[in-house]
Design a protein around this ligand. Structure first.
Ligand code: ADP
Length: 485
């Protein structure tokens, strides 16, 4: 029944590009036969075919033009006009009536043809437009399916609207449309914490659900087939014309191989720094011994050179220590040996020894009150040395450097303020990245590996504290770190 209705309903056929020739022909011929049967067989009056047939014919022509385009309209018109001629010649009309009849039939025929062409053309244009839109959709679908990255499009409730083949390859499962991230049965597990990948607690779900754009977030996952993978998620919110968030589009890339390479690189780094450290330590030891001996013979100059050699060896040692720390961080082996100690005392010691290295700078401690913290003394020492050395290094024209200890309800905050080159807003977040160094064409180059702040931030964060900066380009910087009490 529905099939017949769809076949007859011209609206249902819009966009199909199907134009039947036979159906309008058969229907119009049937209409003529019915009309003849009606006049001869039912009312027994050959003149009974009157104006009503014109209305029915107009309706048929409109219908078939809209259903079957220009050809459907024209075939209906031809049958109709032929039927009019048939009537004119087969009914008892006189000559003048026949002549008027022919004129009328021809004029009506012209109007019918125009009607058929206009409606048929409209129908065919609509078909083309619908077809083009469908083609564009199909085109987009093809692109989406063949992208080399996984794609998930969700609505603003976290419901999956669309995914692509690559996503299935990466996750090893198909997320069915309508699947609600974080709510429906968990399809995949995160390996490290065992939190299900799309469960409510998982950060990917939180981010997708909150519709905040995520940039390059990495997740470790264990697939249902047991394979451990790393994925990177980039997610953007999609807004409608009224700026309301209606969906989120997320790109999931498989970065397992890159991670593996990175691991190999970290292993290499760790090995290389170990290899470097051993000879440097012995070098330093022999130089110390030699200096001692030379001192006894009072060879002042030789002692001076030897001391420089020692400084260089120390610098090499610092560098390798930094490299080692980075590899410890990357392999999760940076352990903390916490104890209670007075941080004010540590600050005094460091300031005293660092002040000895510079005449151009004056380091001033602003609050010297005793302040006990529970932390790794050596690591906090390292953070402070790094911040103070940076303060000196990045204020080449000298000036004061302030070190301050502040205490609030739950933490203590140590700040190191300099009046040096400062850091622009855009660089302030990046300076804590591994190997990141500000490089601007006008800036002179400073020695360093770009590791100090990265290591310091890791150390402070492992103490559940924070390390941050406030700075203005050209005016100076203040680095703060907090330690919970
Ligand atoms: P390094 O000093 O070895 O390059 P860091 O990790 O300590 O590495 O610092 C990273 C970058 O941050 C530096 O290269 C520098 O551009 C910037 N920076 C750090 N401290 C300061 C400071 N006090 N003033 C201005 N820039 C700084």
């Amino acid at each position: 029944m529905k099939k017949i209705f769809n076949y007859l309903n011209p609206i249902e056929r819009l966009g199909n590009n199907e134009y039947s020739f036979i159906f309008p022909l058969v229907a119009n011929v049937a209409l003529c036969i019915l009309s003849e049967v009606y006049s001869y067989g039912i009312v027994h009056d050959p003149m009974a075919v009157g104006t009503y047939i014109i209305f029915i014919n107009v309706a048929f022509i409109i219908y078939f033009s809209f259903r079957d385009g220009i050809s459907g309209g024209i075939i209906s018109t031809i049958i109709t006009v032929l039927y009019y001629f048939y009537i004119i010649y087969n009914r008892p009309y006189d000559k003048t009536q026949i002549a008027t009849g022919i004129d009328t039939a021809l004029s009506i025929g012209v109007i019918y043809i125009l009607l058929a062409i206009i409606i048929g053309w409209l129908k065919q244009t609509i078909d083309k437009l619908i077809g083009r839109e469908a083609n564009e959709k199909l085109w987009l679908q093809l692109i989406l399916q063949q992208l080399a990255v996984g794609v998930i499009i969700t609505d603003n409730k976290g419901r999956v609207l669309q995914t692509n083949n690559q996503l299935e390859n990466i996750l090893g499962i198909k997320l069915p449309s309508g699947y609600i991230l974080g709510k429906d049965k968990h399809l995949i597990r995160r390996s490290s914490t065992n939190i299900p990948f799309f469960a409510k607690q998982s950060s990917i779900y939180q981010a997708l659900k909150a519709h905040k754009s995520i940039i390059r977030k990495e997740f470790a996952m264990r697939r249902n087939d047991g394979k451990d993978i790393f994925v990177q998620v980039d997610s953007s919110v999609i807004r409608n014309k009224n700026n309301r968030i209606v969906a989120a589009a997320s790109i999931i890339s498989d970065i397992t191989q890159e991670k593996e390479l990175e691991r190999q690189k970290d292993d290499f780094l760790s090995m290389a720094s170990h290899e470097l450290k051993t000879p440097i330590t012995s070098l330093k030891m022999f130089i110390d011994l030699q200096t001692q001996q030379l001192k006894e013979n009072d060879a002042t100059k030789a002692v001076y050179y030897n001391e420089r050699i020692r400084d260089q060896a120390n610098r090499l040692k610092e560098l390798t220590n930094d490299l080692l720390d980075v590899s410890r961080i990357k392999t999760n082996k940076l352990g903390l040996k916490t104890e209670d100690f007075d941080i004010a005392e540590v600050i005094h010691d460091i300031v005293e020894s660092i002040q000895g290295t510079t005449k151009a700078h004056k380091i001033i401690i602003k609050n010297t009150k005793k302040q006990i913290v529970k932390a790794d003394r050596y690591r906090i020492y390292q953070v402070l040395v790094n911040l103070l050395s940076n303060a000196i290094k990045y204020s080449p024209r000298g000036k004061k450097i302030f070190v301050q200890i502040n205490k609030d309800k739950n933490s203590i905050v140590v700040s190191v303020q300099d009046f040096g080159i400062g850091i622009s807003k855009s660089q302030q977040e990046r300076i804590f990245d591994r190997l990141y160094q500000v490089s601007e064409p006008r800036e002179r180059t400073y020695p360093g590996l770009g590791l100090g702040l990265y290591i310091s931030k890791e150390i402070v964060e492992r103490h559940k504290g924070n390390l941050w900066v406030e700075s203005q380009k050209g005016k100076g910087s203040t680095f703060f770190f907090s330690l919970p009490l």
